[in-house]
Design a protein around this ligand. Sequence first.
Ligand code: FAD
Ligand code: NAI
Length: 457
Amino acid sequence: MFDVVVIGGGPAGYVAAIRSSQLGLKTACIEEYTDSDSNPTFGGTCLNVGCIPSKALLDSSHRYHDAANHLKTHGIDIKNVELDLPAMMKRKDDIVKKLTGGIGGLFAANKVTPISGRGKVIAGQKVEVTNSSGDVEIIESKNIIIATGSSPIEIGSAKFDDKNILDSTGALEIDSVPKTLGVIGAGVIGLELGSVWARLGSKVTVIEAMDDFLFMADKEIAKETLKDFKKQGLDIRLGCKLTSSKSLKNSVNVTYETEGKSEEMKFDKLIVAVGRKPNTQDVFSEDSGVSLDERGFINVNEHCQTNAANIWAIGDVVRGPMLAHKGSEEGIMVAERIAGKHAEMNYDLVPSVIYTHPEIAWVGKNEEELKDENIEYKVGKFPFAASGRALAVDQSVGFVKLLSDAKTDTILGVHVFGPSAAEIVQQALISMEFGASSEDLGLTIFSHPTVSEALHE
Ligand code: FAD
Ligand code: NAI
């Protein structure tokens, strides 16, 4: 009998398992994803096919693009910059291997029992595990944490074929740079992976159904970033609804509707990134008692408890943003609650980052949300064009925008488009966790010259 069994070994599940074990609870983590030798491979979407490989390719493609296009102004003239795509892909794969292998080491060090197979919650606080050979084992546990993550949404008008019509996983593994690349969805994946292939030489067209660009971001930031992406060569077409696609031998024909007209385009490859759906199919038996909402997410309260006693759910399978750090923090909160501690999570301060160049990052409320909630606020803005460090490092696009309460001056939101946006927002977030005012940031000494000074200003 275990104290805790976690189903799913992504950033939500493996963190929950390690924290549970550290707190003295006898813990196992079940993962169905295996390597070619049938060993369970932990790390989930994030480490295997998400955050980490995408950031590896974003960095490599940025260096390539910079070397080929932007070094002359620094007085560096490199002739014949050549792309070695297999080497770039190998670097990415090596990083993934190192990190996923590291989790095995962490499990051993923290005494978490790894179990290979597919887990399913059945009645009576039990988990049925089916391994890759079809053998079934029943495990009993005082607590069950479901952390089975999410998968790409497939749409009828562009079904994945793993050849020309790709999901985000396929988009990380294209073996030669497509001359033309279509991307359906100008969301986080569309922008990040569209940027990777554009930097490597593809002519990228992004087809987005909504009229608004980056609807979840501050409107002013979204407007500025759209201008910059267009300058970078991404052809972003808003208000365009994909109606059909046809995968041919080496290309894809796409038809979409815009302003009542039908348009056609042909691409060498098509990436479809229109969101992700929770992995909740066949994860419970009907009599397990766990309830789902109408979109398939597991219903939980603010502490990630489901309606079934001692069954918890965390990460992409529950409400809230589908982000690795949000899932990991939920994992820690649940482990601590099972151990009898009173952990809470501050859902108001989950940061968002889009790792394009420049980066886009934010935390807290944006102007539209504050207006909707009738909160009076003040706006502070500082452009990177006026930052000495940003100019020195040739990254003077964008700005920092800080929103604070009109009466109390408490910081309510920070939105950044520009160099090291993720790190700047993280600094603001720490101050917000301590209830800082914008004056507090103004009175804090920042090193000069840094791009963070924009926050100070
Ligand atoms: P997952 O990581 O999906 O892990 C779930 C695990 O459960 C998987 O390993 C799966 O094999 C296993 N599993 C599923 N069902 C079962 C079962 N029945 N039995 C046993 N095992 C099972 N987020 C960020 O915060 N930052 C980023 O930069 C970022 N970049 C991303 C880039 C891409 C291309 C993608 C696709 C996603 C990205 N994300 C990013 C999102 C992030 O990957 C997810 O939010 C995160 O992985 C969710 O963690 P999770 O543990 O809930 O689920
Ligand atoms: P997304 O929700 O970010 O964006 C999907 C986009 O597709 C939206 O703009 C939507 O309007 C559009 N769309 C939906 N249906 C469409 C259709 N039929 N035709 C054209 N456009 C359509 O989803 P995405 O990019 O797939 O990413 C999934 C999730 O993964 C993100 O929401 C995020 O939670 C996570 N992620 C996080 C990253 C990060 O933190 N840097 C990086 C990558 C993914």
